[in-house]
Design a protein around this ligand. Structure first.
Ligand SMILES: [Zn+2]
Length: 349
């Protein structure tokens, strides 16, 4: 690859009670007055008042559309609505689903998109990728990065603790993702971006170094996790691919999505994947496992609520999901017995 395009978010606002600044944030971006907001119903009931006041005081009109899953049919609805109402900007307000649907809809409708996360459960907050269910490919689709990110730490700190722990799982996953990327550079001559890799690694280091503080859930540590997730998404923007953020541990998570749909959160599965893939890369997997335990993230099949056999099945299925995305699982081509031994050796089963 002799060149690649880097598209980055233009404005990122992180802070306490910044939801009240959404109106000025959108207005300053200067795309127009018609705003289309995508969220789940629960999120709407929690923050509609603040959003409404803020948008109307800056003369913005908005249409609020509910979605309850990240599927192509909702993406289609949002694209149609945006056209019909001549929306100038899309806002994804919520956890994973609303942000994914808004991001991909904005990409198809060729509109700018603002990400307003209400939890810190994964790095899709700022990345150019969207996860949509029911596609023939279970991994993320390429879209565009958000033009703006507005992260209200007070809202995010009030989200269930399990979501923050899941975000930590998605962050430690960068350790094995970067290792897989190095492997693809060394053995397949793939483009490797040292800066993007360092940035992704740094965001994982935050969880390893600060896990005990994160466990307490102070506003400061929630803010650190949010900034690390944003930074990991930016690393993917700089790399121009999901390589720095997603390796064999993500393939394992996607395999579990297929084998046992709707069990566990994305970051939880990636965290467990990272423990196992770290062992395959001869890294200090105990450090990853201990950090996850410190933040009360799940670290084994039992805590995840999944049959141990499915963990083994997922390790075997993972490299088949993306044969072209070379990782340690492609290199080692594990058989059933070695996959089982791996999971047992790191106490995942
Ligand atoms: Zn992820």
């Amino acid at each position: 690859m002799d060149r690649h395009l880097i598209e980055l978010p233009r404005k990122i606002l992180v802070g306490y009670n910044v939801i009240r600044e959404l109106g000025s944030f959108i207005k300053d971006l200067g795309f127009g007055k018609e705003v289309l907001i995508i969220s789940g119903e629960k999120v709407k009931s929690l923050i509609e008042k603040d959003v409404k006041e803020s948008l109307s005081s800056f003369g913005l009109s908005y249409l609020w559309h509910h979605i309850d899953s990240a599927t192509m049919s909702f993406v289609g609805q949002v694209v149609d609505l945006a056209k019909k109402h001549q929306s100038k900007i899309l806002v994804g307000l919520g956890g994973g689903k609303s942000i994914d649907v808004a991001k991909l809809s904005a990409y198809y409708a060729n509109l700018p998109f603002i990400s307003v996360p209400t939890s810190a459960s994964h790095d899709g907050i700022s990345s150019p990728f969207a996860s949509i269910k029911g596609m023939d490919k279970p991994y993320s689709l390429i879209a565009k990065p958000p033009i703006g990110v507005l992260a209200d730490i007070i809202i995010i700190a009030n989200a269930p603790r399990r979501l923050l722990a899941s975000g930590c799982g998605d962050l430690v996953a960068k350790i094995t993702a970067v290792k897989d990327w190095e492997l693809a550079r060394d053995e397949k001559g793939e483009y490797f971006g040292n800066y993007a890799a360092s940035l992704a690694r740094l965001s994982a280091k935050l969880v390893i170094d600060e896990s005990e503080k994160i466990r307490e859930g102070s506003k400061e540590s929630v803010r650190d996790v949010v900034e690390a997730l944003i930074s990991a998404g930016v690393a993917a923007c700089i790399a121009g691919s999901s390589r720095p953020c997603s390796g064999s541990e993500h393939l394992f998570s996607h395999a579990l999505d297929m084998l046992a749909p709707n069990i566990g959160l994305h970051g939880e599965k990636c965290g467990i994947g990272a423990i196992m893939m770290a062992k395959l890369h001869n890294l200090e997997w105990e450090k990853i496992a201990n950090s996850l335990k410190n933040v009360h993230a799940v670290v084994n099949a039992y805590e995840l609520g999944i049959n141990p056999e499915l963990i083994v099945d997922a390790i075997l299925l993972a490299p088949k999901i993306r044969p072209e995305r070379y990782t340690i699982l492609h290199k080692l081509n594990l058989d059933r017995e070695s996959a089982k031994n791996l999971a047992e050796s790191v106490n995942v089963i």
